[in-house]
Design a protein around this ligand. Sequence first.
Ligand SMILES: Cc1cc2nc3c(=O)[nH]c(=O)nc-3n(C[C@H](O)[C@H](O)[C@H](O)COP(=O)(O)OP(=O)(O)OC[C@H]3O[C@@H](n4cnc5c(N)ncnc54)[C@H](O)[C@@H]3O)c2cc1C
Length: 387
Amino acid sequence: MKFDAIIIGGGAAGLFCAAEAGKYGRKVLVIEHNAQVGRKILISGGGRCNFTNAGTKAENFISKNPHFCKSALARYTPQDFIELVKKHRIEFYEKKLGQLFCKESSRLIVEMLLAECRTGKVEIRTNCSVKNVEKNEFFELETNKGKFVSESLVIATGGLSFPKIGATDFGYKIARQFGLKIIETRPALVPLVFEKIDQSYKRLAGVSIDTIVSSGKSSFRENILFTHRGLSGPAILQISNYWQKEKAVSLDILPNENALELLEKNRESKQNLDNFLSRFLPNRFAEVFTELNFPNKPLYQLNRKEIEKIAENLNHWQVKFNETEGFHKAEVTLGGVDTNELSSQTMETKRVKNLYFIGEVADVTGWLGGYNFQWAWASAFAAAQSL
Ligand SMILES: Cc1cc2nc3c(=O)[nH]c(=O)nc-3n(C[C@H](O)[C@H](O)[C@H](O)COP(=O)(O)OP(=O)(O)OC[C@H]3O[C@@H](n4cnc5c(N)ncnc54)[C@H](O)[C@@H]3O)c2cc1C
């Protein structure tokens, strides 16, 4: 069975690339090892798929080469994908910060991609596992469904997150087989685990606080959420992409206040510290935070040194994390196929003609908020033009 292009991985990037190449008249096969395509799309965005971010910029991505994503993002923009979504009459809304979600269900995005694939006469094989890939004159694939031959091969097998729905290291293995460099991978957009899990913090599980979270030069203002072992919530997921084990993350849990000024202003207050803090922070948090870190006295009894320490902890709480919650809870994978190995115009590898890597398998990782799908669409589109 000979194809113009075989795409391994029937996820966001693979399906979109197949549909686009099919529309240009290419004979395309998608190979998916799951029984169903697009499983990650289905669970994305809490079942509503945050399919793009209207304000996507190169700065919203992390990569060893931060310029690499620019060309593809410029040639297939969020607006292009929005037009496609509108063409399929899928209703959507902006949740916040340019994040566009389906009103009804992520399923509509998968159905849209499948409809586009049908237009392009794309063949899709599910439950299909690739056992071996070789390149002679063409790419030759040995699978559990027989042998397939193709002029071009596109690897769209995604990253390592959520192994329970089919994530594998297949893409990295193929990259290594063809001598391509890989930037070390690690879980990203992932909850973090405290270095010291104080039992008292367990009482805070479920508490959420509007916080500015910073690591190095990167900071995000959104909610943090206490878990039984550490912190999650959008602000923590965002900072997890930049987190370094040896460095503390700085949390400003009173982002609207200068804590020192606030405490000074209330210096005469007869309120105990925990009660005072609960005017600005959730009760449970004010209680535990005070109990663990400070003397719970009326404010008027606090000395200058104590006030400074409390203020420092409110605006610059230094928290050390030991590890992430791992790939089974990470939304994406940081690292991947080194972008220096790829053409930024087409995603084709520089070393091996007609071999492409698109989507999350490449070393381009977006922030939380629809950026990762936009990268999947844009990189897929770039490759499809060249197939
Ligand atoms: C819970 C969750 C929620 C998310 N929500 C959002 C969101 O709302 N917005 C956003 O922008 N991003 C979101 N993401 C990230 C986004 O889903 C991914 O970045 C995106 O799907 C990557 O597209 P991809 O095509 O590269 O990989 P995937 O969509 O992961 O597709 C890869 C495909 O390859 C298949 N595959 C893997 N190995 C093999 C193999 N050996 N043989 C054959 N097939 C194989 C997989 O089964 C899968 O179908 C979320 C991720 C998770 C885990």
